[in-house]
Design a protein around this ligand. Structure first.
Ligand code: DHB
Length: 397
């Protein structure tokens, strides 16, 4: 039976970033299990904003070269209310720009770096069972690509296998563990379109017809989102309806949303969830396996990176110095940051969306909130700081 210091379930942002930090920063080996194919991981469409801390982590650990070359790096975002756009000068207010770099491009860079370093990623491999996390040694039972049952032992295991993680219940079943949830009365309809950029910078638009977001992928592929009903299906949104709604919500006399062939349509549900604690013995949760944020502000990937920025030095200290103080503090260090991101994503969502059947009072109050933020330097600075993200935690090993 083979052994690895760290077994990592899931080749998403949490898993691949942890594997990379362990190897690059501390020379610690790990095995990454991923139930999907490499192609699936590298092609699944997700959000795409990198916080300044995430950009720096990529650069400092040798995986930032393509991001610096290909990402759409902007100094500002626009926030519109009833057709009036306000520029949030992120760089001027915080010293940091924002980067649109889709999650699957991030994953491609980490997969390439890991394979180039001769490290293992087991694609098409399903983890069936994890045991031993309350004792001295973890055992992972898995089915190989060919369907063969195998086992691997590990000193520690990290589950970064997404919001449906089967491992989460091992923690939530503990006495005193909490899984806190919130549902939202709206969703996003996301499209990819072959069209030139509408403008260089992103536009978050609050309009009486509902929210819309103008984002980008490449100079010739754009990413747009429209607020929709959570129960909407793709067939309810014809191309004609999409363009009509985007123009109503965003286009003005001096700016027209650029149109083209739509080649991807999907409904994204809004959910918030936080698991606390994120540890049980030798088992750790990170990323969406532990927490989900709604998409507004695109904090999901960045939160996974923040989790493993604690976990990687924590595991290194435990494995190299036989000192588990940082690992034992994982939940108390990670969860407060999760709540801050949760709050920011909730706040941006509630301030920018129209509440279905919203009453006059609620609508006017939330417009006043948005105007207060946009019209004061203090308000714009707060929004900008949260948007570009807090610094990532750093620990000596
Ligand atoms: C994107 C997604 C977001 O949730 C966001 O706030 C900004 C951009 C995107 O997919 O491009």
């Amino acid at each position: 039976m083979s052994h690895t210091p760290v077994a990592i379930i899931g080749a998403g942002p949490a898993g691949l970033t942890l594997a990379h930090l362990l190897h690059h920063n501390y020379g610690i080996e790990s095995v990454v299990f991923e139930s999907r194919s490499r192609q699936d991981v590298e092609e699944t469409v997700r959000a795409g904003v990198l916080e300044q801390g995430t950009m720096n982590l990529m650069r400092e650990t040798g995986v930032g070269e393509r991001m610096d070359r290909e990402a759409d790096i902007d100094d500002a975002i626009d926030i519109a209310l009833d057709g009036q756009r306000t520029r949030i000068d992120l760089a001027g207010l915080t010293g940091h720009p924002m980067a649109v770099y889709p999650q699957h491009e991030y994953l491609k860079d980490f997969i390439a770096a890991r394979l180039a370093a001769g490290q293992t990623i087991l694609f098409n491999t399903t983890v069936d069972d994890v045991t031993g996390y309350d004792d001295d040694r973890v055992t992972v039972t898995y089915a190989t690509e060919g369907g063969e049952q195998q086992t691997l032992t590990a000193d520690y295991v990290m589950a970064g296998d997404g919001s449906a993680s089967p491992r989460r219940k091992l923690i939530t079943e503990l006495p005193g563990a909490v899984r806190s949830k919130h549902e939202y009365p709206y969703a996003w309809f996301g499209i990819l379109v072959n069209a030139p950029q509408t403008q260089k910078e992103l536009i978050y638009a609050n309009s009486p017809h509902g929210f819309a977001l103008i984002s980008t992928r490449t100079p010739s592929v754009q990413r747009y989102y429209l607020q929709c009903d959570p129960d909407d299906t793709v067939d309810m949104w014809s191309d004609e309806r999409i363009w009509e709604e985007l123009h109503k919500r965003v286009s003005t006399d001096d700016l027209r949303v650029s149109e083209g062939e739509i080649f991807d349509k999907a409904v994204l549900r809004f959910r918030s969830a936080v698991t606390d604690p994120m540890q049980r013995g030798r088992l750790f949760l990170a990323g969406d396996a532990a927490h989900t944020v709604p998409p507004t502000g695109a904090k999901g990937l960045n939160l996974a990176v923040a989790d493993v920025s604690v976990l990687a030095p924590g595991l290194a200290r435990a494995l190299k110095k036989n000192n588990t103080d940082l690992l034992d503090a994982y939940s108390s260090l990670a969860v407060p940051r999760v709540w801050k991101a949760q709050h920011f994503s909730y706040w941006m969502s509630s301030m920018l969306h129209t509440v279905p059947d919203g009453d006059h009072f609620q609508t006017q109050r939330s417009h006043a909130e948005l105007r207060s933020v946009l019209s004061t330097e203090a308000g714009r600075t707060y929004l900008a700081q949260q948007y570009v993200g807090l610094d990532l935690p750093k620990f000596e090993v």
